[in-house]
Design a protein around this ligand. Structure first.
Ligand code: ADP
Ligand code: MG
Length: 629
């Protein structure tokens, strides 16, 4: 077909452009501001295409070799213009690229590059040709004036997006010397977009990292101002990036003002291609404990910002800030569609593994730096212990705890296991809200006396993951306030203090007496091997909840029925021995003593006496008895 190349012509949009436009406005993009991102992205693509063509035809660059995108506003005339000095379009290019749907000029370009083209050449290629039409979300008319690189003609494409477009020759003096100018005649409700602050924010946040510098002209006649320098930090080789560049970038991407605690920068190749530049913040971001536990990783496709709403990392890594730039995801799809993309799932997996892997390396090689990260984010990472079954082992490797022997430092599980005593089968822990109180617990005595380390778990989240009965290197976790202490097999440090485990008939009788006196208040009364100093303590039954977990459930109103505790009595304790040897004539006193032992155990557990009034009466009788002696 030959066309008179000088003729003005009106053509109907091919196929269902109106339907597409309808779709653009109503469903594909929920956010109209993306028009700017799309136009800048096209402008950047055009510059990249020229860069590629100029490899074999350097004359195309003429005296203007530097790629450039200019965004200008004209508030009085309700216009926004996006202009580039890229490859430009011929008349036929325009008719094909801007008149049809889903037949992207970009795709034709890919075909031309063909098998010879490397991914490097084609990384900027979009896959769906619909982004341009987003201009009609804000504009009632769009003019595109373009001059193909090396051509002596310029053309104007113009449309109201309602069914047809017009193509006419444009005088050269009214066209860019090379490249494309897209003029949006804004709808009234889109006029606020012309505000220079808004434009700058939009351009920077959405496209600040496209590979072409962007300048802004606030109003006609104003001086052009550089707002983005065109370098995407993450595509540069690591070795060339200075620490302060990383820090600057971290601050802008994370909104933090500190130094990053760790920088994760890599490029994945192979089945999936993507670059990652992410940071572990140096301090806790303010939204770390927001209810929605949202991640803050940004998704880019070929250096164009897509969304910060794609779940690129699991919730328990939500403190990681940065971005992923994919070479494979389609640029022009809705966020919803991106979420469901299998490509995204595979990026998510790769990224998660990498972040955990980098943390593990840091833990191994720079223990102090890792300890700082754990200090800030351990409580979040531990959520993964119950949310990410597959990586629980990996997360347990990373986990650090305070323990009865760790002092101010942190204890890792590998270290714990290596220091386990002979005969010790479990990793012992005690959960509670407050470390000092935990350390004062009577339940710890028997463990201390044997030199057995006990992990002190003080984050509420701890109670959740330990209930999932995890193992570490096939050692189970065991609460020292639950079930049997299993200490009999492990020798005391001070052998002279060897406990006389053989219960006497007197002690047995006393335990039975206490049990019948307390009745329903406890589920059992037992001789204790976990106590050395104290007379009594409470423990939870072997099955059911740990006492701390029960407290948390209760506080959250999610406990149907509290399990009755077991009262453990130290059969070697002087007071207990004395009580056990009392005769039957001391029945009333023994009765009071049984209740007071129980209340003592409750108080040691951070609780109140079972019945405050009865308690004070018993105490009063006891004091009176003491005074009478
Ligand atoms: P995509 O960018 O995915 O190809 P768009 O709808 O955004 O889809 O753009 C359609 C086509 O219009 C582009 O592929 C390109 O051929 C052409 N085009 C749009 N803007 C420009 C521009 N500034 N310079 C050159 N060509 C452009
Ligand atoms: Mg595009």
């Amino acid at each position: 077909m030959t066309t008179d190349t000088k003729a003005k012509e009106t053509r109907a949009f091919e196929a269902d452009v109106s339907r597409l436009l309808h779709m653009m406005v109503h469903s594909v993009y929920s956010d109209k501001d993306v028009f700017l991102r799309e136009l800048i992205s096209n402008a950047a693509d055009a510059c990249e295409k020229l860069r590629f063509e100029a490899v074999s035809r350097p004359e195309l660059l003429a005296d203007d070799p530097k790629p450039r995108i200019t965004v200008s506003a004209d508030p009085d005339n309700k216009e926004i213009t996006v202009e580039d000095n890229g490859i430009g379009m011929s008349r036929d290019d325009m008719a094909e690229a801007l008149g049809t749907i889903a037949r992207s000029g970009t795709r034709a370009f890919v075909e031309r590059v063909g098998v010879g083209g490397t991914t490097e050449d084609t990384q900027f290629i979009g896959q769906f040709g619909v982004g341009f039409y987003s201009a009609f979300m804000v504009a009632e008319r769009v003019d595109v004036i373009s001059r193909l690189a090396g051509s002596e003609e310029a053309w104007r494409w113009s449309s109201d997006g309602k069914g047809s477009y017009e193509i006419a020759p444009a005088p050269l003096e009214a066209a860019p010397r090379r490249g494309t100018r897209v003029v949006l005649h804004l709808m009234d409700d889109a006029v606020p977009c012309t505000g220079s602050y808004r434009l700058e924010q939009l351009a920077k946040s959405q496209s600040g990292h496209v590979p072409v510098p962007i300048t802004l002209v606030e109003k006609p006649g104003a001086e052009a101002r550089d707002i983005a320098d065109g370098t995407a930090l993450w595509v540069r080789p690591k070795s060339e990036i200075k620490p302060e560049e990383y820090t600057d970038f971290y601050r802008s991407v994370a909104g933090q003002y500190d130094e990053p605690a760790a920088t994760i920068h890599f490029r994945a190749e192979g089945r999936q291609e993507y670059s990652v530049l992410a940071f572990v913040p140096g301090s806790r971001p303010f939204d770390l404990f927001d209810q929605d536990r949202k991640g803050r990783m940004k998704l880019y496709v070929r250096r164009v910002f897509i969304t910060d709403d794609a779940d690129l990392l699991p919730r328990y890594l939500r403190f990681v800030r940065g971005l992923v730039d994919s070479a494979d995801l389609p640029l022009n799809v809705s966020r919803e569609m991106i979420q469901e993309s299998p490509l995204l799932a595979s990026i998510r997996k790769g990224l998660t593994n990498r972040v955990l892997g980098d943390l593990a390396k840091l833990a191994e090689n720079e223990a102090e730096a890792f300890a700082k990260i754990w200090e800030n984010f351990g409580v979040v990472l531990k959520e993964g212990l119950y949310e990410d079954y597959e990586r629980r082992e990996q997360l347990l490797q990373l986990a650090r705890f305070h323990s009865t022997t760790s002092g101010e430092g942190w204890r890792g599980l590998a270290g714990y296991v290596a220091a386990m005593k002979e005969g010790q089968k479990a990793i012992f822990f005690m959960a509670g809200d407050d470390r000092a109180r935990l350390e004062a617990s009577p339940q710890l005595e028997g463990f201390r006396a044997r030199g057995i380390e006990v992990l002190l778990l003080t984050d509420p989240v701890d109670s959740f993951w330990v209930t999932m009965a995890p193992h570490f290197e096939d050692k189970p976790f065991k609460s020292i306030t639950q079930g049997a202490a299993e200490l009999a097999d492990i020798p005391l440090l001070d052998v002279a203090k060897k406990p006389d485990t053989a219960a006497t008939p007197e002690i047995d009788g006393f335990l039975a007496f206490v049990k019948s006196t307390l009745g329903d208040a406890v589920s059992d009364v037992k001789a204790s091997d976990r106590l050395t100093e104290s007379a009594v303590c409470l423990v939870a039954p072997e099955h059911g909840h740990d006492r701390q977990f029960e407290r948390l459930l209760n506080a959250a109103g999610r406990l149907d029925k509290a399990a009755k505790p077991i009262l453990e009595i130290n059969p070697r304790h002087e007071r207990v021995l004395a009580l056990a040897s009392l005769g039957d004539d001391e029945q009333a006193f023994k009765d009071d003593a049984a209740h007071l032992l129980y209340d003592e155990a409750r108080v040691l557990d951070g609780d109140k006496p079972a019945d405050a009034r009865a308690f004070s009466q018993r105490l009063a009788r006891l004091i009176a008895r003491g005074l009478a002696k």
